[in-house]
Design a binder for this molecule. Structure first.
Ligand SMILES: [Zn+2]
Ligand SMILES: [Zn+2]
Length: 253
């Protein structure tokens, strides 16, 4: 299994998870032309996609899904709550997620997360004995999240904001409350705590994603990663809004 990102942050998200035979896109917050160009950068064409998973209805995750899916007849998977918000009638092939499911040879476990959307899910992918977690858009660390993201070989995890930078920053008070609340986004300290609670000898790759361009700083993210993973032999990367990140092979040093 390998994974990559089309871009990550509040202006658009999209992650790719691929096995030898199956390619899945998680979210698409980029309009068609932009998504096409970003897929191309990873050597992909929309026709290559076997499915699109939608984590929740916020526009940075869903705004580009309809055009991409309908134009290329790609099935779209989302929770019932997300479908209620997004509307199934706009899609050619909407599929309801309930529990563990598979696309090709990739098995997918949905995990419920605390976020201010109707029924937000994040995902753990299993294929050929490898386990990859994708986790963003959550305001706090629920027992379900801690339990669901154990025993991973790789994870892409939200380092949304630095609490100090958010508090000092330009956001209006209501937005600061929303972002830092239990149903908002993970700050650097919370993301570090998550890593501390799921780290194992098996974990080889950590990517920090969904980083706020206004309320965080990559040097602080790097510092947090280096601190929490100080005694681990783990590859550390930071996903960007403009480029996401390039292909990462899971389970290979
Ligand atoms: Zn988001
Ligand atoms: Zn969101």
């Amino acid at each position: 299994m390998r994974f990559a990102s089309l871009g990550s942050g509040s202006r658009g998200n999209g992650s790719i998870v691929a096995s030898q035979t199956t390619i899945v896109l998680v979210d698409c917050g980029f309009h068609y032309k932009e998504a096409f160009a970003r897929l191309k950068r990873l050597g992909l064409d929309p026709e290559d996609l076997d499915g699109i998973l939608v984590t929740h209805e916020h526009s940075d995750h869903v705004s580009g899904v309809e055009a991409l899916a309908n134009k290329h007849s790609i099935p779209v998977y989302a929770s019932r709550g997300t479908w209620i918000e997004v509307g199934t009638d706009r899609f050619n092939n909407p599929i309801n997620i309930s529990g563990l499911f598979s696309i090709g040879d990739i098995d997918i476990s949905p995990v419920t997360v605390p976020h201010d959307a109707r029924e937000p899910l994040q995902f753990v992918f299993h294929c050929n004995g490898m386990r990859l977690g994708i986790l963003s858009d959550l305001g706090s660390l629920s027992p379900r999240v801690i339990e669901g993201y154990q025993d991973l070989d790789a994870i892409s995890v939200e380092f949304n904001h630095d609490l100090e930078l958010l508090q000092k920053g330009p956001y209006p008070a209501f937005l600061k409350t929303r972002v830092s609340g239990d149903f908002g986004h993970l700050n650097n300290a919370q993301a570090s705590e998550l890593l501390q609670r799921i780290v194992s000898d098996r974990l080889k790759t950590v990517v920090a994603c969904h980083i706020s361009e206004t309320n965080n700083d990559t040097s602080r993210v790097k510092q947090a990663l280096d601190h929490v993973l100080a005694h681990q032999d783990v590859q550390r990367l930071i996903a960007s809004q403009s480029d996401g990140f390039n292909w990462i092979e899971i389970g290979r040093p």
